[in-house]
Design a binder for this molecule. Structure first.
Ligand SMILES: Nc1nc2c(c(=O)[nH]1)N[C@H]1C(S)=C(S)[C@@H](COP(=O)(O)OP(=O)(O)OC[C@H]3O[C@@H](n4cnc5c(=O)[nH]c(N)nc54)[C@H](O)[C@@H]3O)O[C@H]1N2
Ligand SMILES: Nc1nc2c(c(=O)[nH]1)N[C@H]1C(S)=C(S)[C@@H](COP(=O)(O)OP(=O)(O)OC[C@H]3O[C@@H](n4cnc5c(=O)[nH]c(N)nc54)[C@H](O)[C@@H]3O)O[C@H]1N2
Ligand code: SF4
Ligand SMILES: [Mo]
Length: 680
């Protein structure tokens, strides 16, 4: 429907997807119906345009009662068959509570697993349900282990903080920006186009793939995957020889330089070239530009999705400290800007950990399949804000475990996904267009109002309301479990010091928080054991790691194997939008990108069917030869829905769930595969 401007009303809101952009949105309504969802022209990030995937999805499937889940459903068929009957909220909550109580009395609450992540990052829908799980005492599947835990652990050893990045508003003061292991051309399209694209600084991209971001950069260091620590050390060797180590800064603010310095001698440019595949002269050029600064270092999340991801992150994190590119204008590093306390938002208040009577047990997503197949370890599973059957490793093993008749499974989602197909109860979640909330950006330091533009579709409810109802059915009495949204939003707004309440923020859409740009670590206080930047870390050593990061690389793939990267694509947001029909037609068939010589060596050419396999699984993919990849590396984008594919599986069927060196996190870019001709 085209908007009819005379009767239209517009509502400002924002996008709560797990994305660097956090776009401002204008929703246009005509005669009570949403007729258009588009970018807010006055929003600094979106500037009137959403990304292509959201422009399509938010104007189609996301507002369509036909596409959405509209009522609670109870399983009638076999597990995984996807057959359900509608039931009332009352019946669903009552039966779920009865099962949970019986499991708690026979097996204890830790036999209930709570899997959740960032399907939406609006604060209430993301954090309020934790109040219920804290009270329940369920085992938490440690959320960040599917994404970025190794990086958090590593940066905490060095700086005592991983969530407090540079303030992107300082970009004009920077002379150099490193984008290391991130691809904003897919994963943050507006940050890529505007923030990076308009920066006056020299842009240096470090990525094994010539992405659009790399293509547009001043320098692209196309290294072998997993060789980043060696590259960082080579840069430090160059910087050291050029006398660009910031000794004054290092002396006062860091610990362990005397342990790093002797290691640098062997990390010569020639050695670096051999270890990383990047020409020595290019490493030299990039290192000197960075060291002279002021420089910003963006540490992408892919950087740590490798077997040695924690070590890589610690090695890269040496650069700002040793060159003094920190604690001043135009300098610093950013992993995620998601320290909510910077915005005076108290996540402890939102999640209420005090409701748990003991310590909440945690497991890694890398162990989820193993836990779910073991009746001693799991009797029930909750999955909300997450689509494990599409996005978790060990897809075949996981789905077999999810098919266990006696695994009581409750899934909350907007759509009927591969994961909801395994549920005993599906609970329909309301979308971000259907309830008020707050969104904190994780790149830009912003706070946005997520504003209810319409009633929830059908009987769907926001996550937080679903867990209020479940708390009631469980007979819980703690008032925290029932605190209403508007009361929480008011309390949160009062504490932000913005001088706004929810409605006044809603009228503005998005505000910068803090109001003035801030310098990262401006007070030079670091939350490490010593209070300094720990280049060498006794805490890491006590945890069984080396005291300093090591100049090592991953082993090259075994004979005949290729390194598989499966990063973000601009057509999907993780698995979200895998069901959107217009996107499916654009994204066409699932392909594997490869270097033409790797293809030829395997008697494959453009358009051929290839069998991609390893010990974990196999998958047929269409070959696309490209000159953006180096030899030995293949790429398959993440985000397709298994049930929308002719083979009923996606790339995670090949993902063995290798753990990173730190944080038991996903080393998904460390997977190795064989590629051969597909013979039917
Ligand atoms: N091969 C490979 N696999 C990967 C990755 C990779 O790089 N390669 N990346 C990994 C990473 S980094 C991540 S973060 C994971 C994430 O992977 P997914 O779990 O697929 O993440 P999303 O698509 O963000 O969201 C999950 C679900 O949340 C639902 N949702 C949206 N809003 C709401 C809501 O308000 N309430 C509820 N209950 N549900 C909602 C969406 O419909 C969607 O089905 O995938 C991991 N998997
Ligand atoms: N459109 C879109 N946006 C997204 C997502 C999405 O699925 N689609 N997912 C969201 C989520 S959950 C996350 S976590 C972020 C992730 O977004 P990013 O932080 O950008 O991470 P990835 O998409 O995993 O990979 C980014 C780049 O890292 C490169 N890379 C792989 N291995 C290595 C390596 O060993 N060294 C180096 N230097 N680079 C390497 C890949 O080639 C790729 O180009 O994006 C978010 N935004
Ligand atoms: S997914 Fe990212 S780019 Fe797309 S609308 Fe949402 S915030 Fe903007
Ligand atoms: Mo992620």
């Amino acid at each position: 429907m085209k908007p009819n401007l005379s009767n239209d009303i517009t509502i400002l809101t924002a996008c709560p997807r797990d994305c660097y952009d956090t776009c401002g949105i204008v929703v246009t309504k005509s005669n009570g119906e949403i007729v258009q969802v588009r970018g807010d022209p006055n929003h600094e990030v979106s500037r009137g345009k959403l990304c292509k995937k959201c422009s399509i999805a938010y104007n189609h499937e996301w507002i369509s009662p036909k596409a959405r889940l509209t009522q609670p459903l109870r399983r009638v068929g076999a597990k995984g068959e996807g057959k359900f009957e509608p039931v009332s909220w009352h019946v669903a909550c009552k039966e779920i509570a009865t099962r949970l109580k019986s499991i708690i009395s026979t097996n204890g609450p830790q036999a209930i697993l709570n899997a959740h992540y960032t399907g939406t990052i609006s604060l209430l829908a993301f954090l309020f349900p934790m109040r219920f799980f804290n009270k329940l005492g369920a085992t938490e599947v440690n959320p960040d282990t599917i994404c970025n835990m190794a990086g958090h652990v590593a940066l905490n050893y060095v700086y005592g903080n991983s969530l407090h990045g540079f303030d992107p508003r300082m970009v004009d003061s920077a002379k150099c920006i490193f984008v290391w292991g991130g691809n904003p051309s897919a994963s943050g399209p507006h940050v890529n186009q505007h923030w990076l694209g308009e920066a006056k600084a020299k842009i240096i991209v470090i990525d094994p793939v010539r992405t659009e971001t790399a293509e547009a950069a001043d320098i692209h260091l196309q290294l072998f995957p997993g060789s980043d620590a060696a590259l960082a050390y080579t840069m430090l060797n160059i910087i050291h020889r050029a006398r660009l180590i910031a000794y004054d800064f290092v002396k006062v603010n860091t610990l362990g330089w005397e342990e790093i310095e002797p290691v640098l001698a062997d990390c010569t440019p020639a050695w670096g070239e051999a270890m990383t595949g990047v020409p020595a002269a290019l490493i030299e050029e990039a290192a000197l530009i960075y060291a002279k600064g002021p420089s910003l270092l963006w540490l992408g999340q892919a950087l740590q999705r490798q077997p040695n991801g924690g070590n890589v992150m610690r090695a890269c994190a040496l650069l700002p400290a040793l060159t003094g590119n920190l604690a001043k204008l135009g300098a610093g590093f950013l992993y995620l800007n998601w320290d909510l306390s910077q915005r005076n938002i108290d996540d402890t208040y939102l999640a209420a950990p005090h409701l748990s009577t003991g310590t909440i047990p945690k497991i890694s997503h890398m162990d989820l399949a193993a836990y779910l197949e073991d009746t001693n370890k799991s009797r029930a599973l909750f999955a909300w804000n997450i689509n494990i059957a599409a996005s978790n490793p060990e897809q075949t093993r996981l789905r077999k475990a999810l098919a266990r008749e006696d695994l009581f499974t409750v899934v909350l989602d907007l759509f009927s996904t591969d994961t909801t197909d395994y549920a005993d109860f599906i609970l329909p979640a309301a979308s971000f267009l259907e309830f008020d909330d707050l969104i904190a950006g994780y790149f830009h330091l912003t706070l946005s109002a997520q504003v209810k533009a319409t009633e929830p579709i059908g009987q769907s409810l926001p996550n937080q309301e679903i867990f209020r109802r479940l708390a009631h059915a469980m007979g819980y009495s703690e008032p925290e479990l029932y605190e209403p949204d508007d009361v929480i939003l008011d309390k949160l707004m009062q504490k932000t010091d913005l001088g706004e309440n929810f409605s006044s923020l809603a009228a503005k859409g998005t505000m910068p928080v803090p109001k003035e740009p801030r310098i990262q670590f401006g007070d030079l206080v670091f939350a490490t054991p010593s209070g300094k930047i720990e280049l060498a870390s006794s805490a890491a050593e006590a945890d069984g790691y080396s005291r300093i990061p090591l100049p090592v690389t991953d082993q090259k793939p075994k004979d005949g194997y290729l390194r598989l990267l499966s990063p973000a694509t601009s057509w999907a947001l993780n698995s979200s939008f895998g069901n959107v029909s217009k996107i499916q037609s654009h994204a066409a068939e699932a392909t594997i990108l490869m270097h033409p010589e790797d293809a030829e060596e395997r008697s494959l050419k453009m358009g051929d069917d290839a069998l991609v396999s390893n010990a974990t699984g196999h998958l047929k993919l269409v070959v696309t030869t490209v000159n953006t990849l180096q030899r030995g590396v293949v790429l398959v984008s993440k985000g397709r829905w298994p049930k929308e594919e002719s083979q009923g599986i996606n790339i995670n069927v090949l993902n063995p769930g290798i753990k990173t060196d730190m944080g038991e996190s996903s080393a998904v870019h460390g997977v190795e595969v064989m590629v051969t001709r597909f013979e039917s």
